[in-house]
Design a protein around this ligand. Structure first.
Ligand code: AMP
Length: 145
Protein backbone atom coordinates (compact mmCIF):
# COMPACT_ATOMS: atom_id res chain seq x y z
CA UNK A 1 0.00 0.00 0.00
CA UNK A 2 1.47 3.40 -1.01
CA UNK A 3 1.44 6.27 1.45
CA UNK A 4 0.06 9.64 0.37
CA UNK A 5 3.48 11.23 -0.34
CA UNK A 6 4.65 8.34 -2.53
CA UNK A 7 1.40 8.41 -4.41
CA UNK A 8 1.88 12.16 -4.89
CA UNK A 9 5.40 11.66 -6.33
CA UNK A 10 4.20 9.03 -8.77
CA UNK A 11 1.26 11.10 -9.95
CA UNK A 12 3.29 14.33 -10.30
CA UNK A 13 3.55 15.85 -13.73
CA UNK A 14 7.01 15.62 -15.21
CA UNK A 15 7.39 19.10 -16.73
CA UNK A 16 9.81 20.38 -14.07
CA UNK A 17 12.33 17.65 -14.95
CA UNK A 18 12.36 18.12 -18.71
CA UNK A 19 15.52 19.32 -20.54
CA UNK A 20 14.00 21.93 -22.90
CA UNK A 21 14.22 21.38 -26.66
CA UNK A 22 16.53 24.39 -27.07
CA UNK A 23 19.18 22.55 -25.03
CA UNK A 24 18.86 19.16 -26.73
CA UNK A 25 21.25 18.19 -29.54
CA UNK A 26 19.26 16.78 -32.46
CA UNK A 27 19.44 16.08 -36.20
CA UNK A 28 16.90 16.25 -39.00
CA UNK A 29 15.65 13.46 -41.30
CA UNK A 30 17.50 14.71 -44.38
CA UNK A 31 20.86 15.40 -42.73
CA UNK A 32 23.77 13.31 -43.97
CA UNK A 33 25.22 10.60 -41.75
CA UNK A 34 28.43 12.61 -41.73
CA UNK A 35 26.62 15.57 -40.17
CA UNK A 36 24.85 13.31 -37.66
CA UNK A 37 28.14 11.69 -36.64
CA UNK A 38 29.72 15.10 -36.14
CA UNK A 39 26.83 16.22 -33.90
CA UNK A 40 27.01 12.96 -31.92
CA UNK A 41 30.76 13.20 -31.44
CA UNK A 42 30.75 16.89 -30.56
CA UNK A 43 27.83 16.56 -28.14
CA UNK A 44 29.38 13.38 -26.65
CA UNK A 45 25.99 11.65 -26.51
CA UNK A 46 25.63 8.14 -27.84
CA UNK A 47 22.11 8.76 -29.22
CA UNK A 48 20.07 11.87 -30.02
CA UNK A 49 16.54 12.56 -31.33
CA UNK A 50 15.69 12.92 -35.02
CA UNK A 51 13.13 15.63 -35.94
CA UNK A 52 11.39 16.62 -39.17
CA UNK A 53 11.21 20.15 -40.56
CA UNK A 54 8.14 20.86 -38.40
CA UNK A 55 10.11 19.89 -35.30
CA UNK A 56 8.11 16.66 -34.86
CA UNK A 57 9.80 13.61 -33.36
CA UNK A 58 10.58 10.92 -35.92
CA UNK A 59 13.09 8.65 -34.18
CA UNK A 60 16.60 8.56 -32.86
CA UNK A 61 20.07 7.91 -34.21
CA UNK A 62 23.19 6.64 -32.47
CA UNK A 63 26.89 6.32 -33.26
CA UNK A 64 26.48 2.55 -33.35
CA UNK A 65 23.65 2.71 -35.92
CA UNK A 66 25.77 4.94 -38.15
CA UNK A 67 28.88 2.78 -37.89
CA UNK A 68 26.93 -0.44 -38.53
CA UNK A 69 25.36 1.10 -41.63
CA UNK A 70 28.74 1.82 -43.24
CA UNK A 71 30.29 -1.52 -42.39
CA UNK A 72 31.26 -3.33 -45.60
CA UNK A 73 32.43 -6.93 -45.85
CA UNK A 74 36.10 -6.07 -45.65
CA UNK A 75 36.29 -2.43 -44.73
CA UNK A 76 34.43 0.49 -43.26
CA UNK A 77 32.93 2.33 -46.21
CA UNK A 78 33.51 5.88 -45.05
CA UNK A 79 32.34 7.38 -48.35
CA UNK A 80 28.78 6.29 -47.43
CA UNK A 81 28.75 8.86 -44.64
CA UNK A 82 28.26 11.57 -47.25
CA UNK A 83 25.87 9.58 -49.45
CA UNK A 84 23.36 8.35 -46.90
CA UNK A 85 20.88 10.35 -44.83
CA UNK A 86 19.63 10.02 -41.28
CA UNK A 87 16.13 8.73 -42.24
CA UNK A 88 17.69 5.61 -43.86
CA UNK A 89 19.44 4.55 -40.71
CA UNK A 90 17.53 5.90 -37.68
CA UNK A 91 15.40 3.86 -35.32
CA UNK A 92 11.78 4.96 -35.56
CA UNK A 93 10.86 3.29 -32.29
CA UNK A 94 11.49 5.90 -29.66
CA UNK A 95 9.91 6.22 -26.22
CA UNK A 96 7.75 9.32 -26.02
CA UNK A 97 5.39 11.01 -23.58
CA UNK A 98 3.23 14.10 -23.26
CA UNK A 99 4.22 16.70 -20.66
CA UNK A 100 1.02 16.19 -18.67
CA UNK A 101 1.65 12.46 -18.15
CA UNK A 102 2.79 11.13 -14.80
CA UNK A 103 6.16 10.54 -13.20
CA UNK A 104 5.24 6.86 -12.85
CA UNK A 105 5.12 6.44 -16.64
CA UNK A 106 8.48 8.19 -17.00
CA UNK A 107 9.96 5.93 -14.33
CA UNK A 108 8.69 2.84 -16.15
CA UNK A 109 10.03 3.98 -19.55
CA UNK A 110 13.40 4.85 -18.06
CA UNK A 111 13.97 1.19 -17.10
CA UNK A 112 14.78 0.39 -20.73
CA UNK A 113 15.63 3.78 -22.19
CA UNK A 114 18.28 6.34 -21.23
CA UNK A 115 15.94 9.16 -22.22
CA UNK A 116 12.31 9.76 -23.16
CA UNK A 117 11.17 12.36 -25.72
CA UNK A 118 8.45 14.77 -24.65
CA UNK A 119 6.00 15.95 -27.31
CA UNK A 120 2.91 18.15 -27.37
CA UNK A 121 -0.49 17.01 -28.61
CA UNK A 122 0.62 17.54 -32.23
CA UNK A 123 3.84 15.55 -31.84
CA UNK A 124 6.04 18.65 -31.72
CA UNK A 125 9.24 18.08 -29.78
CA UNK A 126 9.32 19.77 -26.34
CA UNK A 127 12.46 18.27 -24.84
CA UNK A 128 13.75 15.11 -23.20
CA UNK A 129 13.53 13.49 -19.82
CA UNK A 130 16.71 11.66 -18.92
CA UNK A 131 17.13 8.63 -16.71
CA UNK A 132 19.56 10.75 -14.69
CA UNK A 133 16.84 13.36 -13.90
CA UNK A 134 14.37 10.63 -12.96
CA UNK A 135 16.85 8.88 -10.66
CA UNK A 136 17.78 12.23 -9.07
CA UNK A 137 14.09 12.88 -8.29
CA UNK A 138 13.70 9.40 -6.77
CA UNK A 139 16.89 9.87 -4.72
CA UNK A 140 15.66 13.26 -3.46
CA UNK A 141 12.38 11.70 -2.43
CA UNK A 142 13.97 8.86 -0.44
CA UNK A 143 16.51 11.20 1.16
CA UNK A 144 13.78 13.44 2.50
CA UNK A 145 11.52 10.65 3.75
P1 AMP B 1 22.07 11.29 -19.07
O1 AMP B 1 21.10 10.58 -18.18
O2 AMP B 1 22.21 12.76 -18.76
O3 AMP B 1 23.37 10.58 -19.21
O4 AMP B 1 21.42 11.26 -20.53
C1 AMP B 1 20.99 10.03 -21.07
C2 AMP B 1 20.93 10.12 -22.57
O5 AMP B 1 20.01 11.16 -22.94
C3 AMP B 1 22.22 10.52 -23.24
O6 AMP B 1 23.03 9.40 -23.48
C4 AMP B 1 21.72 11.10 -24.55
O7 AMP B 1 21.37 10.04 -25.43
C5 AMP B 1 20.46 11.81 -24.12
N1 AMP B 1 20.73 13.21 -23.80
C6 AMP B 1 20.90 13.77 -22.57
N2 AMP B 1 21.08 15.10 -22.65
C7 AMP B 1 21.02 15.42 -23.97
C8 AMP B 1 21.13 16.64 -24.72
N3 AMP B 1 21.33 17.83 -24.13
N4 AMP B 1 21.01 16.57 -26.06
C9 AMP B 1 20.80 15.38 -26.69
N5 AMP B 1 20.68 14.20 -26.04
C10 AMP B 1 20.79 14.20 -24.70
Amino acid sequence: MLNQETDQLLQNRINELVVPASKVAHVQLGNSLEHALLVLIKSRYSAIPVLDHEYKIKGQISKTMILESILGLERIEYEKLEERVVSEVMDEKIPRMKEDETFLKALELSINHPYVCIEDSEGVFQGILTRRAILAAVYQYFRQS
